[in-house]
Write a protein that binds this ligand. Structure first.
Ligand SMILES: Cc1cc2nc3c(=O)[nH]c(=O)nc-3n(C[C@H](O)[C@H](O)[C@H](O)COP(=O)(O)OP(=O)(O)OC[C@H]3O[C@@H](n4cnc5c(N)ncnc54)[C@H](O)[C@@H]3O)c2cc1C
Length: 506
């Protein structure tokens, strides 16, 4: 054993971040490390975070989680994308799907062919060629790898689940793999007088938990990295001005649709997440543009089913920690920064940061190079997602409230300005190679928000007009046939992953 080697990992916080971290470390480094997680039931968790993106399937695969068991125990449902209502303009609606639209041909992205057909007078929407849109419209879901015998990819999906059941599920998983859970409130933190590294935390009542490496999963408090180590915070609210949310559960939807809905409001937006036993709802808004009372009224008026509780307030500042790893401490989850839940990216960020940390995990706590690399890559990831979120607010025709006028006219990062200009001119996507969001996502959201590219890729002119019409007509037929063969989402859930009634009552 080398001097200063990392043998004991202490995770502080037992929300989604704490338990994802515990599960991943137990699975991948559990033989080498002793892992202890400290959490406080009295403090509790943020209690939201119920919609995900397809990358979560990778996490489940690494952990060896059975999908149907997981959905049964978290009362989960499937998700094909997010429906954005009233964002580009009042009355507009589009689905940001997890899949491609149409089929790329001769190395040219499908949307260029679609744009060419529009230039020739066709009256279709890009989403007429989306398998995901057709399945979502008919509330169908099933496992589909390909569309017929074509090269067209099948259904890409993610999950909705009950946040508190998810943390419990991962807690079970982690404890079975040797993670020790300690209940208690952290009162003070001990540091090494020379290096400044954290050496132990002390809990109310006197218990002391020592460790070699600490993960701060204490939520917005950022008790270790923020409060103790003094790492500052970059505030991004000039671009993403929402700073509050009200969350409320309501009765389950009459039909459980396989998508999240995000409806733009006068000073923010409202989410609707369908679960098997209830619906998750929330209003994310900017306190500079609407009062808390009016925000609560908006939320309750926008519910599709009866509220089951009073709205619960949550406050946040969008932005990120100036470093994600300092000394022998890494912050994960809300302690590391916050990007609002418009594209359900926070749980993904936990997963992606944990896997990066494990890849770079040091033998000794003195790990300047690994730390620098980790901070560099996490920073880039946060900024890429930030730009994608700003797109939804900024690229709008809405001018019906002070909030939307602000968003429409605000200055945005140059990185985003460039992408918007490129797409508007030629339909091309200036995506960064390591961007979480694929070209298909940028295309759907830029079109959905109202950009109509002035031109298309000239390579799309390679085929004859008659071939183009036939190609487009065939795609529609194939999609319709594939979707007609899928079960309803509810039937699929009933058959494979009906929530366990006993766990629902608990
Ligand atoms: C309004 C809103 C909606 C969201 N929706 C989504 C979504 O749809 N999809 C998505 O991916 N993400 C979403 N998120 C983000 C998601 O909720 C979080 O990323 C996720 O829940 C992780 O939270 P956390 O574990 O970091 O923090 P928390 O859940 O706040 O957990 C913090 C933990 O630290 C413990 N703790 C704190 N202080 C102490 C102390 N002194 N002593 C001991 N323990 C302590 C607490 O007890 C708790 O266990 C949303 C967030 C918000 C605010």
């Amino acid at each position: 054993m080398t001097e200063g080697s990392v043998r004991k990992l202490v995770i502080v916080g037992g929300g989604t971040a704490g338990w994802i971290t515990a599960a991943a470390f137990a699975r991948l480094l559990g033989q080498r490390l002793e892992i202890e997680l400290v959490e406080s039931e009295a403090i509790g968790t943020v209690g939201v975070g119920e919609a995900t993106i397809p990358q979560i399937i990778r996490l489940n695969t690494i952990l060896g989680i059975d999908e149907h068991d997981f959905l049964r125990r978290t009362s989960g449902t499937f998700k094909l994308g997010i429906e954005f209502v009233d964002w580009g303009s009042l009355g507009s609606r589009y689905l940001h799907t997890f899949g491609d639209t149409g089929l790329n041909l001769a190395g040219v992205a499908f949307h260029h062919y679609w744009r060419r057909s529009m230039a020739g007078g066709a009256q279709s929407s890009l989403w007429d060629f989306s398998l995901h849109q057709a399945a979502a419209d008919q509330a169908r879901f099933g496992k589909l790898d390909r569309v017929g015998n074509t090269a067209m990819a099948g259904l890409a999906y993610a999950y909705h689940f009950d946040a508190s059941r998810y943390a419990l599920y991962l807690r079970d998983y982690s404890e079975q793999r040797g993670v020790t859970r300690t209940e208690g409130i952290v009162e003070s933190i001990e540091r090494d007088g020379t290096s400044g590294d954290i050496t132990a935390i002390s809990l109310k009542g006197g218990k002391r938990v020592a460790g070699d490496f600490f993960i701060d999963c204490t939520g917005f408090r950022a008790l270790l990295l923020g409060q103790e180590l003094g790492v500052g915070y970059d505030d991004w609210s000039r671009w993403l001005p929402c700073d509050r949310a009200l969350a409320v559960p309501s009765e389950r939807l009459p039909t459980i649709v396989p998508y999240t809905r995000a409806t733009a409001k006068t000073a923010g937006w409202q989410w609707r997440i369908p679960l098997q036993h209830r619906t998750g709802n929330g209003h994310v808004y900017s306190s500079g543009f609407i009062s808390d009372e009016a925000a609560a009224d908006t939320l309750l008026a926008g519910l599709d089913t009866k509220a089951l509780d009073d709205p619960r307030p949550i406050r946040f500042t969008t932005g990120r920690r100036q470093a994600f790893w300092s000394h022998n401490c890494v912050a994960l989850g809300l302690a590391s920064g916050f990007l609002e839940p418009l594209e359900s990216t926070s749980i993904h960020l936990i997963q992606s940061h944990v896997s990066r940390l494990i890849q770079l995990f040091p033998r000794s706590a003195h790990a300047e190079v690994e730390r620098a690399e980790y901070n560099r890559r996490c920073t880039a990831e946060f900024e890429q997602i930030r730009d994608f979120l700003i797109l939804h607010y900024h690229q709008t025709a809405r001018e019906d409230s002070e909030f939307w006028r602000y968003c429409k006219n605000m200055d945005v990062p140059d990185s985003l300005t460039h992408k918007l200009a490129l797409f508007a001119a030629s339909g091309r996507v200036g995506r960064d190679v390591d961007d979480l969001f694929r070209d298909a996502s940028w295309v759907q959201v830029m079109l959905g928000q109202g950009i109509v590219p002035a031109d298309y890729d000239p390579m799309a002119d390679q085929i004859e007009p008659a071939q183009l019409s036939e190609f487009l007509a065939n795609l529609k037929t194939l999609i319709a046939r594939s979707v007609a063969g899928l079960p309803s989402h509810e039937d699929y859930l009933r058959q494979h992953c009906a929530a366990d009634p006993a766990s629902l009552a608990a």
